[in-house]
Design a protein around this ligand. Sequence first.
Ligand code: UDP
Length: 595
Amino acid sequence: MPFSATPPEGLVTLSANARTVLEKRYLVKDKSGKPVEKPEDMFWRVATTVAEADRRYGASDGAVQAIAEEFYFLMTQRRFEPNSPTLMNAGRPLGQLSACFVLPVDDALSNGQSGIYDTLRSMALIHQSGGGTGFSFSRLRSRGSMVRSTTGVASGPVSFMQLYDASTDAVKQGGTRRGANMGILRVDHPDVMEFIACKEDLTKITNFNISVGITTKFMDAVKADANYDLVDPVSKKVTGELRAREVWDKMILGAWRTGEPGVFFIDEANRYNPVPHLGDYEATNPCGEQPLLAYDVCNLGSVNVGHYVSNGVVDWEAMRRDIALSTHFLDNIIDVNKYPLPEIDALSKRIRRIGLGVMGFADMLVRLGIPYDSAEGVEMGRKVMEFLDVEGKKESERLARERGAFPEWAQSIWGPDETCARDANGQRIRPMQLLRNCNVTTVAPTGTISIIAGCSSGLEPLFAVAFMRNQAGVMMPDVNEDFVAIAKAEGWYSDELMERIAKTGSVQHAEVPAKWQSVFNTANNISPEYHIRMQAAYQLHCDSAISKTTNFGFAATVDDVRAIYEMAYEMKCKGVTVYRDGSRDNQVLSTGATQ
Ligand code: UDP
């Protein structure tokens, strides 16, 4: 039985900003570029497509219609949103619903599957469908080493990354967003110094974020001020050595100057690889929150946790129900997704990876009157993530009982004692649990979907209380509604104050009561230590990694950045991304203070 053609009647709470973004980028358009659907139609298109999967597991027509309606209100009431490709492509011919992919790059120009030019082609297909791609270039032989077939010399990982970058420019992502890439090189690759410096010129390799894959061995050498070995990836022979501190300092200087390279703590990520028998993590998706195997994919979705606070109280029961519904939604995506490559299709069904995360966390804290940079704030972060993780896994377990565990479950880190993957000391890595999905939780940046949901992004603090946002080329004003409501209720609101806040980028003004100055403290005024503490608190209960930017003021020193990188490593974060205010020209978000 087909679904009802029109969306169900009921409360829809989309803002004007959300409608603008959807119209500009996500709604189906006719040849003249005019939208042929309304935002409500788009959400119904997504809800019905995703609900279809239930039918495969025996749901009746009525049950499928009912779950479609639940999905519809989940999204239109801004309690949860799936990643952008799901909104753009569900129920349309392309049908590719995932944001993140990792492709292998083998040390061959072409080997019919994953040589440099084979993967270049795969990358183009994924970008065309709106997905972002991550690559490790660590398998490529270093620049200057011999190429036997031609007796020439190899041009090395950086030159091939430039090739991928140029191709990304040529294929605009699904016509809606620019292709995004992550390039990773291991710190023991002979070309690591060239890699670290390759984005010093900000006009180069602009479609890539880059991160260095940092090993425990390397960090031990930094601590001991020792040298470490560089290893040729093809011959596996040691080709030289470098002083670890020199390399570490060079990365930190780069991060201080431009925010790049980031670091990916590759051994820490691999410790929690749920399916190590299928391969190691070598790379992450473009924004770094999702380590993936070769040909691995993840569809992300985020619960708007600020939604569940009213009158200073969290409605944990309502959040619990929505976490279950969101997990169900993401699991369904795996079945209705049209993957761009057969290898990806096959792996996605063997491990059924999903990434449920949060957005609106800063709003939640504001509504509870808790400053982000406080012990209480960090504890709330830990608690929310634990809740999401535990409840998401309960639903994944329920789905496993109903639909079957993911096929690789027994050998995974969640499997039974006799068969499960173990760490080097023979210990279990995770407790046994029957699960439908090898990975349940990931915290994404939620760059666009947080605008659609009208909430703060990911687990980030408020960026500003009043600011101009550059969204797809349109400057949109944004004021924090909680702040305005409190200011009006307490009688200290004025338009002039809001202008001053937008101009200075800060709420530290005399008429703002001290309590609200700390509760509404914004990203640039929060100390980098608190950014990392919050990231580490979330990491404790997150299967994958966390998308988090640690903000520094323009005046921060290189030593400040070094301290944060070392703190992140000690606190077992899986990566670090820093951004020093004003260090790049084209900021997506801007307050008056930096422009
Ligand atoms: N991503 C991408 N291109 C973009 C933005 C994001 O390919 O322009 C991918 C990338 O893998 C990133 C993931 O989508 O890590 C999630 O990003 P975000 O949460 O900001 O996406 P949204 O769903 O909000 O658009």
